[in-house]
Design a protein. Structure first.
Length: 768
């Protein structure tokens, strides 16, 4: 695709290849820089973007083009699903470049890890891993522009400065615009990494200011934004698939004759069975109906006659599974972190309290159900999909079609929500397989029923915590037994419990000042596809831990906030890694750079409590609850005010969330993501639940997998961002706001009603 960027309307998001971008800018006299941040360089920065700590992120290749009219095109290589990342990362580049934001166009990169580095938009890591490479990229281009101007004026580069889309000669006042310098700058060598001079933070114009509107905001608001569901190609066909209702099931036999009688239906296709072994991101098989339009395909699917072989998970039942986990929690699990002698401390304690907490399977339920479009020409395949992981989509399509890697292209559309589900590419492979079968472009559409019943679900969590208290109600022993299916069952067989990878999401890094502490993992075999979900295992771990702390406080007759701070202890760095039986998981970050800092945790708790007016007099039926947690190397505390009427109906007048995510790159997006977390947290706490019976998911749409209605959502949400300088590394934002919400709400309900919530969702528990 050849593009002349001067013809792009303002705000355009285009999909281009690196070759296409190069052709476009060369044709128009533009210049391009690839700031290649190699492993081990100084510009891997504190975030480890070079992959120094286990290859979490590949070397980023950042591309920027400037045309002769001064239009700056910045390639964004991460997926946009509401976090604002394809605004935030280009904003960093533009600031270091000294570009005028009104003259910036953003170009969405296709999936290509060799060119762009890791593009997997998961784990709340885009900003923390790419702030410095993006800064280096913008600064390198700025220096090249300055060098070109200095050469033209025959002056020293030190006498020149880039200012708001121009280079200025400080002594004479001469100015040249970026467009005027583009051709000459293209001949300049890219500065060596150790010669790139990034800005002093005091000179930032966009970074940390929160003044840049999200790139997609206007188009989303007026309905012009293009999502995966919106892709249309000439001659395109539409498909829906009847998938096995039980994970691991297969088609025994089928009859598609009645489906073929539906007007518009073109073909009934038996899909390949899911391969033996772990599910990976493979499609699950079934029978597809391909038609001239989606409605005909859906009506045709209704006419299919299929006999299923339900396979090994045919008897999976959520009620029985919960009972089994509860029984297992009474027995010792496998120890993954140990401090002191917990057994002895529990035996000698003046009192032992036990809390048991349950979080069910959860579905992502993104507002945009899955959809992918594929087109095959000769030995080449091109797909369009709302994917969080274009590399995975590329690799799985390549494998399933048997094509050369260079002959598969994945275009990333805007995502109508992701939450981790759209990093799995089973739906993309389905489209590619059907495009090959039909010889025409094919769009595979998932209905809401498909979406809820064939998800990679968030794991169940059954948590048992035993605390030994001394005569003064001080915790002297803490034993946490966590039972959840591991998401590693997606990638490997014979995984029957969590290890330090999933335990690292809020359990093994418990920061309490307790002399005897042990974290155990109990058996929990998976009978469904398990994936990651917004905040992953922090959901159940924080719910259990923060709810139990409030129970301990009540038993001790102490204020819950004060008791939580007492349990956390003084400000210090907790050396969890030395207490673990294997390698401690710290969200892929070096503990030396992202330690467990109880001072930062204490601070967000104190700020949230102060801003919420903790301890203020409340009307009857109202209560305040608090929770504090570290997730994705970010510290968050939430105070929820709840109102419960005489019928047990819940409303949430106010939420206060304090977040310490290091240096705040884009405060406007931080606030919006925390606000969104409060709404999503409300949905999960009140309604979220997927259940299985006879191996089948019982929920099928929003009538029985409910989301919070506007009357249930928090009335006011206040976000308090802890200010930090750039030497406090930026950390996660998209996910950390979720874990504290449910326990803060449950604790508030207790304060209002005296009723403990230990099982989610809350549902009708207050009406019982």
């Amino acid at each position: 695709m050849i593009m002349t960027h001067m013809h792009l309307p303002k705000g355009t998001i285009a999909n281009v290849s690196r070759r296409g971008l190069l052709k476009g800018v060369v044709a128009t006299g533009s210049f391009i820089v690839a700031a290649h941040v190699t492993r081990g360089t100084a510009f891997a920065y504190e975030t480890g973007a070079s992959g120094m700590h286990g290859g979490v992120v590949s070397d980023p290749h950042i591309f920027i083009a400037i045309d002769k009219n001064g239009i700056v095109s910045i390639v964004t290589h991460r997926s946009e699903m509401g976090t604002g990342i394809r605004t935030s990362l280009p904003m960093i580049v533009a600031d270091e470049l000294e570009a005028d934001w009104s003259k910036v166009h953003i170009v969405q990169a296709p999936g290509d890890e060799d060119k762009y580095g890791n593009q997997d938009t998961d784990g709340s890591r885009s900003t923390r891993h790419f702030i410095q490479p993006m800064r280096a990229c913008g600064a390198a281009m700025r220096q090249m522009l300055v060098a070109a101007a200095a050469q033209q004026w025959k002056v020293a580069a030190e006498e020149c400065q880039a200012v708001n889309h121009e280079v200025v000669h400080k002594k004479s006042g001469k100015k040249l615009g970026f467009g005027q310098l583009a051709s000459a700058a293209s001949a300049m060598p890219t500065p060596a990494m150790d010669k790139i001079k990034v800005k002093d933070p005091k000179d930032f114009r966009y970074i940390g200011k929160g003044k840049i509107k999200p790139t997609d905001l206007h188009d989303i608001t007026v309905g012009k934004a293009r999502y995966g569901q919106d892709v249309v190609l000439p001659g395109m066909r539409f498909a829906v698939i009847a998938r096995p209702p039980v994970v691991g099931g297969k088609v025994k036999s089928y009859d598609g004759s009645e489906a073929m009688k539906v007007p518009g239906v073109l073909k009934v296709v038996r899909m390949p069975d899911q391969p033996d072994g772990p599910p990976l991101y493979n499609p699950v098989g079934g029978v597809a109906v391909v038609a001239k339009n989606t409605w005909a395909a859906i009506k045709g699917r209704e006419k299919l006659k299929i006999e299923w072989d339900d396979g090994p998970n045919a008897n999976f039942d959520s009620v029985a599974y919960k009972a089994q986990l509860e029984a297992d929690s009474k027995e010792p699990g496998k120890t993954f972190r140990n401090v002191g002698d917990v057994d002895a401390a529990l035996k000698s304690a003046a009192k032992v309290m036990t809390g048991e907490y349950y979080v069910p399977h959860l579905a992502h339920a993104t507002m945009e159900p899955l959809a992918a479009t594929a087109s095959i020409t000769g030995d080449k395949c091109e797909v369009w999909a709302p994917t969080q992981s274009p590399q995975a989509a590329h690799d799985f399509v390549t494998k399933w079609l048997g094509l050369k890697p260079e002959n598969v292209k994945v275009n990333v559309t805007l995502l109508g929500g992701g939450f981790g589900r759209k990093s799995k590419c089973d739906f993309v492979v389905e489209a590619a397989l059907l495009a090959k079968e039909m010889g025409t472009p094919v769009k595979v559409v998932w209905t809401r029923d498909d979406d809820l019943q064939h998800d990679f679900y968030h794991a169940v969590g059954f948590e048992r915590i035993d605390a030994g208290l001394d005569a003064n109600n001080k915790v002297v022993a803490w034993r946490h037994r966590a039972h959840s299916e591991s998401f590693m069952t997606t990638f490997a067989q014979n995984v029957d419990r969590m290890d330090l990878f999933p335990l690292g999401f809020g359990a093994s890094d418990t920061p309490f000042d307790v002399a005897n502490l042990r974290i155990e993992s109990g058996k929990a075999e998976a009978h469904a596809r398990i994936g990651w979900f917004r905040s992953v295992y922090n959901v159940q771990h924080a719910f259990a831990i923060q709810s139990f702390v409030a129970e301990l406080a009540h038993a001790a007759g102490k204020d819950p906030k004060d008791y939580l701070l007492e349990l956390i202890g003084p400000a210090r760095i907790v050396d969890v890694a030395s207490q673990c039986t294997d390698k401690f998981w710290n969200y892929g970050e070096p503990v030396s750079e992202f330690p467990i800092d109880t001072g930062r945790l204490r601070r967000v708790i104190e700020v949230a409590a102060k801003e919420a007016g903790w301890g203020r007099k409340l009307p009857p039926g109202h209560g305040l609850g608090i929770a504090g947690h570290r997730a994705f190397v970010t510290y968050v505390a939430t105070v929820v005010e709840v109102a419960v009427d005489k019928r047990g109906n819940i409303s949430i007048p106010r939420v206060d969330t304090a977040i310490d995510c290091g240096f705040a790159v884009n405060p406007e997006r931080i606030r919006s993501q925390c606000e969104g977390a409060a709404v999503m947290g409300t949905s999960l706490a009140l309604h979220g639940e997927i259940t299985f019976k006879n191996g089948r998911v019982q929920q099928s749409n929003f009538d029985n997998f409910k989301l919070a209605r506007i009357t249930e959502a928090p009335l006011t949400t206040h976000i308090h961002i802890i200010p930090n300088t750039l030497d406090v590394h930026p950390s996660g934002v998209g996910e950390p706001g979720i874990p504290t919400f449910a326990p803060a709400l449950a604790n508030a309900i207790f304060a209002a009603t005296g009723k403990r919530i230990r099982t989610l969702p809350i549902g009708d528990q207050l009406r019982a």
